[in-house]
Ligand binder design. Structure first.
Ligand SMILES: [Ca+2]
Length: 589
């Protein structure tokens, strides 16, 4: 199959589709009437850390609570992963990160860029739609530094890097490379470091943890949060009433309340709980300052504000001390950061749009960060190309109309820090691992985990704390969810549309539990070859054959074929067994 030919065909189809949509909806809205969009992403903060979502919270979060009063809180919302980098990749691309290079873990401050060249991102899409786009904060998606040696931190800080936010859709960027506990400790502006580090800082212990490494002369860890706050406020002031009349998109991924836990003066000691509680209060105050700035500029009613967090509460912030205060940072759910259990990825997710989103409303539909890009695409009536945002399902109906709205996603995939998978569908959640997949008990590879069943099935409706594994009682649910997960993997996408390629290493350990349902790269290629071979026997030229989305169902693969250029009768539907035997051929010759 010729990928270039396929792509140009898809582009042509897209233009036709875009024209059709344009005709259906009429003229696109005036750019000046499009809402500004602010996405605030806190780092390592649990559902129970927001007082408006946890009546027993040991501290108050008045600004986030204001968003809840004035907007809609999603109570079953998820980051794509229990850890930072994959979570951020998915939020910005609308694609599950495990389809790309990173199969487990996170990046570090010197790792190369993770988002693929030419992949359409949320800011890139909004820029195409006439938005001014800015990011302030923690990137943690890799940068391509100019290297001066073979050691990991031998880079030329005086030279610009590539693969950063400005090549992935942001007009403006101010921030840091990765977590605030990972070197290099330098501020980044556009595609450069603001200073060249001339010394190394020793590691720091405990809740003030950071790793040893290069630090710039203008960098102090405790100043980072206040600096991000100021940069974000400056952007809002600058873009509130711009001469170019472009709406703005501000992405503010804070590095807080992640380690090092460094509440500054005025916040240290404020909550009379722990340093973590004080740091959460500082995050909340920054949210409040941003809301105040929108109010003062008179743009609150034309601005969508989303507040969420990149993963659940991190145990380094001393869960035991918080529990002694009666505070449960996970809001009653099992596990914490890094896990497949709900505590790893069920996160606060609140959206406010005065006049459009009902104030004080809640929605209990399952949604994810992955859905943001499709949501804004539907809002702006701008279709996404078939090779972008493959896993993003618009939650606009849930956002604007609530639970009774149409659509919504039928399932959602979770991933833990070690790359293990779970799939959620309605009340059911199937974990493809015997353990937490992360840092809580039972730990991956531990002796006790080896005695446990290889799969975990939980009924979240009756057992929201994931305490009773019911996989033996519900074999049909296990099989149904296993098939669904396998099909999501091999199709390369969640949404309707042509199958998309994924990075599939020769050994992908976390997929082994899916082998009974046929999720292996060899199987996928074998059945596609068989289908194309069957068409070739009927006179098709393989180079002109476009393979649609292969669907795996009951051990049989359904594969749609299309001739290029499109001709009458130039469609076929082929049913192939996992062994590559053509079972049925319907359609054109
Ligand atoms: Ca995080």
């Amino acid at each position: 199959m010729n990928v270039l030919l396929r792509r140009s065909f898809l582009l042509a189809s897209l233009i036709v589709l875009g024209t059709a949509l344009f005709q259906t909806f009429g003229a696109a809205p005036d750019p000046a009437s499009r809402p500004n969009i602010v996405v605030i992403l806190a780092d390592d903060m649990g559902l129970g850390d927001v007082s408006g979502l946890n009546p027993k919270s040991a501290w108050q979060t008045p600004a986030i609570d204001r968003l809840i009063r004035e907007g809609r809180a999603f109570t079953d919302a998820h980051s794509a992963s229990g850890v930072c980098s994959p979570s951020r990749y998915t939020l910005l691309t609308g694609r599950y990160s495990w389809r790309g290079r990173l199969k487990s873990g996170v990046l570090h401050g010197y790792d190369p860029s993770l988002i693929e060249t030419n992949r359409l991102t949320l800011p890139g899409f909004l820029r195409q739609q006439g938005y001014a786009t800015a990011m302030v904060g923690k990137w943690h998606l890799g940068l391509d530094w100019v290297r001066t040696g073979t050691k990991v931190d031998e880079v030329d800080f005086a030279k610009p890097f590539s693969g950063g936010p400005t090549v992935h859709g942001f007009d403006r960027f101010f921030g840091i490379s990765a977590s605030l506990d990972m070197p290099p400790y330098v501020y980044l502006q556009q595609d450069r470091s603001t200073s060249v580090p001339n010394e190394r800082i020793a590691s720091s212990p405990g809740m003030r943890m950071w790793r040893e490494g290069w630090i710039g002369p203008d960098f102090r860890h405790e100043e980072v949060h206040p600096r991000f706050r100021q940069e974000a406020l400056d952007w809002i002031r600058e873009r509130a009433h711009p001469a170019d009349r472009k709406p703005f998109f501000l992405y503010l991924p804070l590095a807080s309340p992640h380690t090092p836990i460094l509440p500054t003066e005025g916040f240290a000691g404020r909550t009379r709980t722990t340093a973590y509680g004080d740091f959460v209060a500082q995050v909340d105050a920054t949210v409040g300052d941003l809301l105040g700035a929108l109010d003062r500029q008179g743009i609150a009613t034309n601005t969508i504000v989303v507040f969420t967090t990149d993963n659940g509460f991190a145990p380094v912030a001393d869960m035991a001390a918080l529990r002694r205060l009666g505070h449960d940072p996970t809001g009653g759910y099992r596990g914490h950061k890094a896990d497949l259990f709900e505590g790893g990825h069920r996160v606060p997710f609140i959206a406010r749009w005065p006049g459009r989103i009902a104030p004080g409303s809640r929605c209990d539909r399952t949604v994810g960060h992955v859905d943001l890009i499709a949501t804004f695409a539907e809002l702006l009536r701008a279709p996404l190309p078939p090779d972008a945002a493959e896993d993003s399902v618009s939650l606009l109906p849930q956002l604007l109309k609530g639970d009774s709205g149409r659509g919504g996603r039928e399932s959602l995939v979770h991933q833990s820090s070690n790359g293990s998978f779970a799939i959620r569908q309605g009340r059911w959640k199937l974990l493809f691992t015997p353990d937490s997949g992360g840092w809580s008990l039972p730990k991956p590879g531990s002796p006790e985990s080896k005695l446990l069943p290889a799969l975990q099935l939980y009924d979240l409706a009756s057992d929201p704390t994931e305490s009773i594994n019911v996989w033996q009682e519900h074999p049909k649910e296990v099989d149904r969810l296993g098939r669904r997960m396998a099909s999501l993997v091999v199709n390369g996408r969640t949404t309707p549309g042509p199958s998309q390629p994924i990075r599939w290493p020769a050994e992908w350990l976390q997929l082994r539990p899916l082998e009974p349902w046929g999720a292996s790269v060899e199987t996928r290629q074998r059945v596609i070859d068989a289908a194309v071979g069957a068409a070739t026997e009927r006179g098709w030229r393989a180079v002109d054959t476009i393979v649609g989305e292969p669907v795996l169902e009951n051990g049989r693969w359904q594969i749609g074929l299309e001739r290029r250029p499109p001709t009458p009768g130039g469609h076929a539907r082929v049913t192939v067994s996992g062994e590559g035997k053509v079972l049925r051929y319907q359609g054109g010759k």
